[in-house]
Design a protein around this ligand. Structure first.
Ligand SMILES: Cc1ncc(COP(=O)(O)O)c(C=O)c1O
Length: 379
């Protein structure tokens, strides 16, 4: 049991053991299915862990120059790269960190293919397609809605792929099951199967929540093994969330308790908008250790308030067994994927520390943030 009173608050706290067990699971799925699984940096980019991740995964995927460089420098692997639109001035540097490059449109491919061809090292080129099917119930996370900016539809494809195109890529899942992938694969095959003999690799994007309890990994392995029997292809999955799923928390503490119209709010030393933006963007209510996520008769009900000036910077309702006191730790659960990559320094609020519980059970500080970090982003 971690003694959260001893963790310097606020702190994003990774439990190394949990990350390792996710990596072991993903690695064994990749081996059994005979596929490559790589980390999507957009979900988790805490590079302290890149050497460890590099031991278990085949590499990583970047959606920008900076992500590609971080992979190259900290994981010492070249990146798979996809971005909706490339930036001309950055392109040559980007190529130095890239092994696979997926274009979002044929126009982008035409614009950049010569620069790829004349690059010092070979880079495998692909094109993102839109299978026009998704299992995402939230529009914000559905890249295949009519009017989407992502990928080429079957009706827009040439009869034959240009010979330089060695791969296809689709990404339409979010926190999905293997059964969701099965449906998407059926739609993909219906529209794109005739291109598959022409290519070497197929990247099935992210959204595969392999490490969620109840995920049917055996089904995924069967599904992809069968697919590989039908088509002689390297299959790549690039999940992000699955790697850091349930691996760590955000430790905060109560700074004050205020009351208005009989509603009690515990003001924390963290902010939902600055440190957990998905809670307001998606939106979702994060679980809090030891609390119910609703008002429960006989328990002590609070909203949790962020320490910014945004009126909507709060979450509720929660019920605690005991009355909250100033200084009490409040532990926000599952705060590793899409959080540390998205935080801001809005309001100049102190950015949470990055800390870890090592496999030996010890707390270690990875990084503290101060005034200079805040100042260096502005000028
Ligand atoms: C192209 C692409 N690949 C991979 C991912 C990672 O998805 P997830 O973190 O849901 O596994 C995303 C997420 O948006 C994406 O856009």
């Amino acid at each position: 049991m971690i003694d959260y009173n001893k963790i310097p608050s606020p702190c994003f706290l990774m439990e190394d053991q949990r990350l390792k067990s996710n990596l072991v699971k993903i690695n064994s799925v990749a081996k059994e299915a005979g596929i490559d699984i790589i980390l999507a940096l957009k979900a988790f980019a805490n590079w302290t862990y890149f050497p460890l991740i590099g031991e278990y995964l085949h590499g990583a995927t970047a959606s920008s120059l900076h992500e590609a460089r971080l992979i190259f420098e900290q994981m010492t692997k070249k990146a798979h790269v996809y971005t909706p639109a490339l930036i001309p001035e950055e392109f040559d540097e980007l190529l130095t960190y890239t092994s696979h490059l997926t274009f979002n449109s044929f126009k982008q491919f035409q614009t950049y293919k010569e620069r790829v061809n004349s690059h010092q090292y070979p880079i495998s080129m692909g094109i993102r397609v839109n299978p026009e099917a998704s299992a995402s119930e939230v529009d914000m996370y559905n890249p295949s809605l009519p009017g989407t900016r992502f990928g080429v539809m079957a009706s827009q494809m040439p009869a034959e792929l240009p010979e330089e195109i060695e791969g296809l890529h689709f990404h339409v899942l979010c926190e999905a099951s293997s059964y969701d992938l099965e449906k998407v694969l059926a739609a993909f095959e219906e529209r794109f199967a005739h291109y598959l003999p022409q290519i070497k690799w197929l990247n099935m994007g992210g959204g595969h929540l392999i490490t969620r309890e109840g995920y049917d990994a055996e089904h995924l392995i069967r599904l992809l093994s069968n697919f590989r029997k039908r088509y002689d292809l390297k299959i790549i999955l690039e999940p992000g969330s699955a790697i850091a799923w349930e691996t760590g928390v955000l430790v905060s503490r109560v700074l004050d308790i205020v009351e208005n119209h009989n509603i009690k709010t515990a003001i924390l030393d963290v902010s939902f908008t600055a440190h957990m933006p998905d809670t307001l963007e998606m939106p979702y209510q994060p679980r809090v250790l030891g609390a119910d996520s609703s008002i429960v008769e006989g328990k002590h009900a609070y909203k949790l308030g962020g320490s910014s000036c945004l009126s909507g910077d709060f979450m509720g309702d929660y019920s605690f067994e005991n009355e909250l006191k100033i200084g009490d730790p409040v532990i926000l659960m599952d705060m590793m994927h899409y959080t540390t990559v998205k935080t801001t320094m809005f309001n100049g609020i102190k950015h949470p520390n990055l800390g870890r519980i090592t496999e030996a059970g010890e707390f270690e500080m990875i990084r503290e943030f101060g005034y200079e970090d805040y100042k260096s982003r502005l000028g």
